[in-house]
Ligand binder design. Sequence first.
Ligand SMILES: [Zn+2]
Length: 154
Amino acid sequence: MSITAAREKFGVFLVRKGLRATSQRLAIFDAAFTMEEHFTADQLLDHARKLDDSVSRATIYRTLPIMTASALLREVDIGSGEKFYRPNRDGATTQVAQVVCVDCDKIFEISAPFMEWYSSTVSSKLGLTPASQRLQVSANCDVFRQSGACPRRG
Ligand SMILES: [Zn+2]
């Protein structure tokens, strides 16, 4: 999905929710959608201010839930207390799992189409229908453990 298409979708979503497509909201959206890595609210604030210096921290915190509700942004909770976000560039339907490297503070996302199949299989045996599922792997870095350094460490 191109940023133009994504921004258009976001605009439609705002209108449907009775919200205005303010220049700050659009700057935050553009900033979020062009981030390469998983990012925190503070990293998004820095990036969005380069596009529009009137963006405030409060606007960031109000806009993040709107963007995740639109499914154009995914919230990633790795249990560290701080929430991470990532643009959903390939559409809302892809199942992803996260592999978190605890040595290098990196979050990798892998496509996990089996996850839906697995959760529906185990749930149906219990007479249940899954509402959502997630898979998260915490991992140590082999390179870092062996050499004490890793090019992925930021
Ligand atoms: Zn590493």
